[in-house]
Design a protein around this ligand. Structure first.
Ligand SMILES: [Zn+2]
Length: 264
């Protein structure tokens, strides 16, 4: 199994190589994954953070065969190196909103489809490598760290709709290549687990409101057991995202930081 050491290009499938960026951390896991798709003509999916050694590693691997740079979303750990890499290679930059849906790369070897998958951010796009049914999921599905849905940019209702869409059997996904972490070889089970986890959390937030929690902090205390202090802000953002969705669903009301359950 290819490892996640930064700066090393490892083949993860016949058409795809991965280079992990040297930006490991609590929200980036082992580091951001940059994928090079293709042999004679290459699309770089998520060039990663603007770190010179990482750009060098990408150019060292793909050289002048890099024709396209496709970013999943504008966050700096995914797209930070896009401008530098485009300048070095002359590759065409592909990003939302110019691309959102449909065939965006067509080479002699492969085709890549874009799917607009908002939720983590409004501009998020996943890419499907048709030949291998591999989904480049950016920050929509991760391995080894939690997807942040933080309002106002993060939208829980949109996120759940995106997960539902990716769960469609018609996509015939074989693998998910996440923005952080290892290749996921059980896409259907992973997506079902993600959906179940979010719906469970939503249910426990409703239960916390019904038990008398009013502020986001009180909901966090009721829902998250043994929460590490460094993760408290992330938990509060996640709860906030759920509360906004519950309000839109007519299951909660919230004004001036006071939230209440509403009978369905
Ligand atoms: Zn992100």
């Amino acid at each position: 199994m290819a490892d996640l050491s930064p700066g090393v290009a490892s083949a993860i499938s016949p058409l795809v190589r991965r280079i992990v960026a040297p930006n490991a951390g609590p929200l980036t896991g082992a580091g951001s994954n940059t994928y090079l798709v293709g042999v004679d003509e290459i699309v770089v999916v998520d060039p990663g953070p603007a770190i010179a050694s990482h750009v060098e590693a990408i150019v060292g691997c793909g050289g002048d065969r890099i024709r396209w740079i496709a970013v999943t979303h504008a966050h700096a750990d995914h797209a930070g190196a896009a401008a530098a890499l485009a300048e070095r290679t002359g590759a065409e930059l592909l990003a939302f909103p110019a691309i959102a849906e449909g065939l965006v790369v067509e080479s002699t070897e492969f085709g890549v489809l874009a799917m607009h998958t908002p939720g983590h951010s409004p501009d998020h796009v996943c890419y499907l490598l048709e030949e291998e049914r591999m989904l480049f999921s950016g920050d929509t599905v991760l391995d080894g760290s939690t997807v942040m849905i933080a309002p106002p940019e993060g939208d829980m209702a949109a996120y759940l709709a995106s997960l539902e869409r990716l769960s469609s059997r018609r996509l015939r996904l074989r693998t998910i290549a996440p923005g952080h972490g290892r290749l996921i070889d059980d896409p259907a089970a992973r997506l079902a687990g993600y959906l179940a986890h979010r719906l469970e959390r939503e249910a426990s937030i409703v239960a916390a409101l019904e038990a008398g929690a009013v502020t986001i902090d009180q909901v966090v205390d009721a829902v998250y057991v043994d929460l590490h202090a460094t993760l408290r802000d992330a938990a509060a953002a996640t709860v906030h995202a759920h509360l906004i969705k519950l309000a839109a669903d007519g299951r909660a009301t919230g004004t001036d930081g006071a939230w209440h359950a509403r009978a369905a």
